[in-house]
Design a protein. Structure first.
Length: 279
C-alpha cells in the first residue's frame, strides 16, 4: 500500500507540473497573439514591427457590389464590370461623334444614330470590314478621318477579329497604343468586343492601355446572335448600345448626354463610310 501511495503521489506531482507548464504556454501564446494584433509596439524606445492583423481584419471591404436581380432584362445585359464612380458631370453639349471599328458597327451604328438624333449630336461612322487594332494602328486612317470630321467624341469598337490571337500582348500592344496616340486629347470610349468564346487577352490588353473609365467590357453580356454565331442580331446590338448608354453616367470618365430614344428606334448616321478588308 505504501508503494502504491508513493506512485499516486508521484503521478499527482507530475500532473501538477504539466498543468503549470501548459498554463505558462497558454499565457505566452495569448500574449504573442495580442501583441501581434497591432501594427507596432514600443519597448524602451525601440519600435517593434508586428503582423498588424487587426488593421487588416478591420479595414473596410472595397469589393464590387452585385446588381439588384430585379433589374429589367435590358439592364441584365450590363457586364459584371467593376463600377467606378467619377465626380465628372455629364457633358450636355452637342457632340460630333466619330464611331470607328469593324463589322460590329453594323449593329451599333443604327441605334447610336437614334441616340444622336434624340440628343442633338451628329454621328459619323467608319466601318472597316475585318479590321483589327493592327490594321488601324499601322496606318493613319483614323487621323485622316479625325481631320475630316473634327469629332468632339470618339467611340471605338475593335477586338472581335482578335479574340483568338496568340501572344496578343506582344503582337498588338503597340497597335493599340498607336490608335490611342492618334485619338490624342479627344474624349473617347473603347467598346470591347461581344465575346462568343473566351478570348486570349484582347480585352485585358485594351483595358490596360486606355484611360481609366474609357473602356466598356462587353464580355460576359448575353447576346442573341446572327446565323454566323458571332455578330449580335440587330435588336440585341440595340440593347448592347442601350447598356453602354446606361453605363456611361456613373462609370465613364467623360460621359456625354445620351437620353434614350424609344425602344426599337434606329436611325442613320450623318455620314457612313465603308472600307473593304485590307488585302
Amino acid at each position: 500500500m505504501d508503494a502504491l501511495s508513493g506512485v499516486k503521489t508521484e503521478l499527482l506531482s507530475m500532473r501538477n507540473g504539466y498543468t503549470g507548464l501548459w498554463t505558462l504556454l497558454a499565457i505566452s501564446f495569448i500574449t504573442i497573439v495580442a501583441v501581434s494584433a497591432f501594427d507596432s509596439i514600443n519597448v524602451m524606445g525601440f519600435e517593434l514591427k508586428t503582423s498588424g492583423i487587426i488593421s487588416r481584419i478591420t479595414e473596410p471591404y472595397h469589393g464590387s457590389g452585385c446588381q439588384d436581380e430585379s433589374v429589367a432584362v435590358a439592364d441584365s445585359m450590363v457586364a459584371d464590370t467593376e463600377k467606378i464612380s467619377f465626380p465628372v458631370p455629364v457633358d450636355t453639349a452637342s457632340q460630333r461623334i466619330l464611331l470607328i471599328g469593324d463589322s460590329m458597327l453594323e449593329g451599333l451604328s443604327p441605334r447610336l444614330a437614334a441616340y444622336a438624333k434624340q440628343n442633338g449630336h451628329e454621328l459619323y461612322t467608319v466601318i472597316w470590314y475585318s479590321s483589327t487594332s493592327q490594321i488601324w494602328g499601322e496606318c493613319d486612317t483614323l487621323s485622316t478621318f479625325i481631320r475630316k470630321f473634327r469629332p468632339t467624341y470618339i467611340m471605338v469598337s475593335l477586338g472581335a477579329n482578335e479574340l483568338f490571337v496568340r501572344d496578343i500582348e506582344r503582337k498588338r500592344d503597340r497597335h493599340v497604343k498607336s490608335i490611342l496616340e492618334q485619338i490624342g486629347e479627344i474624349p473617347y470610349l473603347w467598346i470591347g468586343p461581344p465575346n462568343w468564346k473566351e478570348d486570349t487577352g484582347i480585352n485585358r490588353l485594351v483595358e490596360k492601355n486606355v484611360a481609366k473609365g474609357a473602356f466598356f467590357l462587353s464580355d460576359g453580356m448575353h447576346f442573341d446572335r446572327a446565323r454566323d454565331g458571332a455578330h449580335p442580331t440587330r435588336s440585341s446590338a440595340a440593347e448592347w448600345l442601350d447598356s453602354i448608354a446606361r453605363w456611361m453616367p456613373d462609370n465613364c470618365n467623360h460621359p456625354i448626354r445620351l437620353l434614350r430614344p424609344d425602344n426599337g428606334v434606329t436611325s442613320r448616321a450623318k455620314r457612313i463610310i465603308v472600307l473593304q478588308p485590307k488585302k
